[in-house]
Design a protein around this ligand. Structure first.
Ligand SMILES: O=P(O)(O)OC[C@@H](O)[C@@H](O)c1c[nH]c2ccccc12
Length: 266
């Protein structure tokens, strides 16, 4: 199965069980790639349906302070994209949960666009999220990811207008990631306000599953947002636990993941 098929199969499975999917984000290399490997295994065990690994980058414009600090820890210990791809290859051998990579465009360009898509697919990565690349400039990476069988997961914001939304949804694969608020990760704004409207609009444009993320950290918030979509993404809430407990965060991360998953069982 290629990445697009892997994600489709996972969403079908979750839907068949009458649940919503939990997408758990952690920053790769925080506090070390060794701990990232253990955290991915714990998240898999605890019921995460998809795991999103963030590639650390010096200028994470879409990220709030919690993830910025995680990125700094990961960069300080020398985490590289090549190291993350090696880790991914290792993990996808052992863990059934599909892995997606979130990376800003710069590290991908430095690595080499075609080489990156090729190596990511070979490592078993299912899809990529590139938050700072507008659709207008995404032609080359769309072509490379399609060739490699990697899902290109688009991000849409509350401010994305109807026509752009249609073009973005048509170009994407895997799922559509709807950002709940106009802002950065780890937001404390009300996350249920706009998501109903955006999710509905996206659903009218595509058959792809719809995920919502930004500012969702508790089981209550997850359940409230899940009413409108197929999946919820939780990042900063996990990263905060990793910040506090470092290499010993497996247990607390598992606990939060199972509580969140429980809330998505409806
Ligand atoms: O941290 P939050 O508020 O739970 O939001 C998810 C988010 O962390 C994750 O998907 C993510 C981390 N960095 C990003 C950059 C852009 C888009 C999404 C992300």
């Amino acid at each position: 199965m290629n990445g697009i098929e892997l994600l489709a199969a996972r969403f079908a499975q979750v839907k068949q069980r009458g649940e919503k999917a939990l997408i758990a984000y952690i920053t790769a290399g925080d506090p070390s790639l060794e701990t990232t490997a253990k955290l991915v295994a714990s998240l898999d065990q605890a019921g995460a349906d998809i795991i999103e690994m963030g590639v650390p980058f010096s200028d994470p414009v879409a990220d709030g302070p919690v993830i910025q600090r995680a990125v700094n820890r990961a960069l300080a210990n020398g985490t590289t994209l090549a190291g993350i791809l090696d880790l991914a290859a290792n993990l996808t051998n052992k863990v059934a949960t599909p892995l997606v990579l979130m990376s800003y465009y710069n590290p991908i360009l430095q690595y080499g666009l075609d080489q990156f898509c090729h190596d990511a697919a070979r490592a078993g990565v299912a899809g990529i999220i590139v938050p700072d690349l507008p659709l207008e400039e995404a032609g080359p990476i769309l072509a490379a990811s399609e060739l490699a069988g990697l899902a290109w997961i688009p991000l849409v914001a509350p401010t994305t207008d109807g026509q752009r939304l249609a073009r973005i949804a048509a170009a994407g694969s895997g799922f559509v990631y709807c950002v709940t608020v106009t802002g950065i990760t780890g937001t404390t704004q009300d996350v249920t306000g706009e998501i109903g409207r955006i999710a509905k609009e996206v659903r009218s444009l595509t058959e792809l599953p719809v995920a919502a993320g930004f500012g969702i950290g508790t089981p209550e918030q997850a359940a409230a947002v899940a009413r409108y979509c197929d999946a919820v993404v939780v990042g900063s809430a996990f990263v905060k636990l990793v910040e506090k407990q470092g290499k010993d965060s497996m247990k607390v991360v598992s606990e939060l993941a199972s509580q969140l998953k429980q809330a998505l069982k409806g």
